[in-house]
Design a protein around this ligand. Sequence first.
Ligand SMILES: Cc1ncc(COP(=O)(O)O)c(C=O)c1O
Length: 313
Amino acid sequence: MQQRGVQCAATDVLVTNGSQQVLDLVGKLFLNPGDVVLTENPTYLAAIQAFQTLEAKFVPVPTDEHGLVPSALPELIAKHRPKFLYTIPNFQNPTGVTLIAERRRELARIAAEHGLVIVEDDPYGKLRYAGEAVPPIKHWDERGLVLYASTFSKTIAPGLRLGWVVASPEVFSRLLILKQASDLHTSSFDQRVAHAFLTQNDQSVHLDKIRRAYGDRFQIMDEALRAEMPAGFSWTKPEGGMFLWITGPQGLDGLKLLERAITRQVAFVPGRDFFPAEGGANHLRLNFSNSTPERIREGVKRLATICRELAAS
Ligand SMILES: Cc1ncc(COP(=O)(O)O)c(C=O)c1O
């Protein structure tokens, strides 16, 4: 956490079963049916699931290519009395957009002024392959209102199920009780495996390797999209993470596109599922971290062909 620009003690860090468990615990702690959560729109599918299970209401915060627009918050806070703001500031899932530093500072300031809790979900921050690293919002958190969550899922292995949350003592003690009620503790065997991996290997070598690979693969996908996609499609250019976000023409049906794509061995996540309310049918989330350059080129070619076929039908 110190490397990430957050001063905290080991006793401020609760180890969890992936960062997904943080969302579950935080939801249980703060949300009653009908309570409002502020989010980016679109936002992480399984955060929607975690908070929807608790019958929360989602209110979108305006965003642009630099992430959340902090100046929109005071009005939303006054109108909806949200229990917290849930945000993914680095290489957001699903859009790949990163919140710029000035806005992080401003968000922390507004949160402090209004007593707004921020749940900062940062699974991808270590996967930056371009641009300058930016400290987390938690870096500017003077009142202990920011709960910072991260995970080893994207840097070691998702199957380990190891994540953590940094919270103020007041929140920590309550999360700890919820964690105990849920599963007593996170597997100490798995924690030792991660500890051995982190102490017996040079993390920076491993991270450099995956960052370089992901950066190259993003470039290849971006070039392939530019070469292949029909007019009317645009996409984000993330500086890290694992995916980019395509916006297609109005009327595009991402689900229909997926049905056809699957028959040609191409998969993506249709955008619809990342929107708590309606909308999003004309968006697709494409992963570039997992496939070889050849498969990325071939996959994009097939996807573009299906897009043209659908437009013509
Ligand atoms: C934004 C975000 N938060 C949380 C998670 C959950 O990750 P894990 O529970 O594996 O740490 C993911 C996984 O994809 C994610 O994209």
